[in-house]
Design a protein around this ligand. Structure first.
Ligand SMILES: NC(=O)CC[C@H](N)C(=O)O
Length: 237
């Protein structure tokens, strides 16, 4: 499988994403500078975490104007798989590829810790391989991770089953205490209506090897890798 991992000025999780894709899962991953206008021949795009453009104005608000984002828009419009992690999620919301916005954490503190995340639905390319009831322990590191959307958007997300992940406690309950940033409905990640674009604040690429304290993030990678493999098999048949 061929992945493009985007690089903006001040991306800082790009190498972690490439490491996971190449060395943990054995796929090909190419770094793509944000000035590029074409994605080339790729199966999926990963927008990594970081502080693109120093998070000026509002995080992701400048990166969304980078030339590469036009190519991402076209790729997504054609059904291509796009995953945004942390700053990548923020950029996807700013670009209008995902609804809502990521705003300052309610605590006004930068939060850097491991959290528990529950997968709300297996009905997406990003969650299909997560076992029922599995609580994933994954790190977060953000200052603007509070997902916000108006009530109408939230009810649409719910009725379309677009909420993919929620912050929970170690019993799997979506409580206020378990929510590290004050996001609406404890939302940690969502997908678009078509289900080919997703974003989440936690960092699964930093939780793919036991050496890093958790390997639960693998389940997200395994989900979209499995989806892409089936898609390629179907195409070849
Ligand atoms: N690790 C990240 O991608 C998070 C950085 C992010 N721009 C923030 O909200 O602080």
């Amino acid at each position: 499988m061929n992945f493009a991992v985007l690089q903006f000025p001040a991306s800082n999780c790009d190498q972690d994403a490439v490491h996971a894709l190449r060395n943990v899962f054995g796929h090909s991953a190419r770094l793509l500078w944000h000035k590029e206008t074409s994605l080339g021949d790729v199966d999926a795009v990963l927008i990594p975490g970081g502080f693109s453009y120093g998070d000026y104005l509002r995080t992701g608000a400048i990166a969304r104007f980078s030339p590469v984002m036009q190519a991402v828009q076209t790729f997504a419009a054609n059904g291509g798989l796009v995953l945004g992690i942390c700053n990548g999620f923020q950029i996807l919301c700013e670009a209008g590829l995902l609804p809502g916005a990521l705003i300052r954490n309610r605590s006004l503190q930068f939060r850097c810790e491991h959290v528990f995340v529950k997968t709300v639905t297996k009905d997406s390319p990003f969650t299909g391989q997560v076992p029922d009831g599995k609580l994933m322990r994954i790190p977060i590191a953000h200052g603007e991770g509070c997902y916000f959307a108006d009530e109408e958007t939230i009810s649409r997300l719910k009725s379309n089953n677009q909420i993919l992940w929620q912050y929970v406690n170690d019993k799997g309950e979506a409580t206020e205490v378990a929510n590290p940033n004050g996001s609406v409905q404890n939302i940690a990640g969502i997908c678009n209506e078509r289900r080919n674009v997703a974003g989440l604040m936690p960092h699964p690429e930093r939780a793919c090897e036991p050496l890093l304290g958790s390997a639960d993030g693998r389940l997200i990678f395994e989900s979209f890798l499995n989806y892409l493999q089936n898609k390629n098999v179907a195409k070849a048949a």
